[in-house]
Design a binder for this molecule. Structure first.
Ligand SMILES: [Zn+2]
Length: 138
């Protein structure tokens, strides 16, 4: 029984599900990776349980086919069970937000480095400029 279980799990390491999982980890953790700035560098993290492939597989199920990829429903959200689904490219396009969120303020401060305030309208403001304005008013 145990041997069977192991064999099944072990076989998954060559699967397309596993390659999606490995890419996800890579995008969020490998600082030298080409995609890192858009993922880990932007504060996107992988759910703690999902750092183990078996847990990821248990939550997400197998990737239906190569036409599907791992999609984050909220593009600013993390890789976690409530924010992920297998989706085709056209499904992902439909889900795209109309405008890409700004990642820098007008003066060029990068939000990922300075921190960001989000107001109730969804506007984003860097903390460095916000503090400077507060000081100027005082
Ligand atoms: Zn700024």
């Amino acid at each position: 029984m145990l041997g069977n279980q192991y064999g099944k799990t072990h076989g998954m390491y060559k699967s397309i599900t596993y390659s999606s999982w490995r890419s996800m980890i890579h995008r969020c953790t490998n600082v030298k990776g080409r995609q890192y700035p858009d993922y880990g560098g932007r504060g996107i993290t992988v759910h703690e349980d999902w750092r183990k492939f078996e847990n990821f597989l248990a939550d997400m199920g197998e990737r239906p086919s190569r036409d599907y990829s791992l999609d984050r429903i909220d593009n600013d959200g993390n890789y976690e069970p409530s924010n992920c689904r297998w989706a085709t490219r056209s499904e992902q396009q439909k889900n795209k937000r109309p405008a890409r969120l700004r990642e820098k303020c007008k003066r060029g401060h990068v939000f990922a480095e300075t921190g960001v305030y989000v107001n109730k309208n969804g506007g984003r403001q860097c903390k460095v400029c916000a503090k400077a304005r507060a000081r100027a008013r005082a």
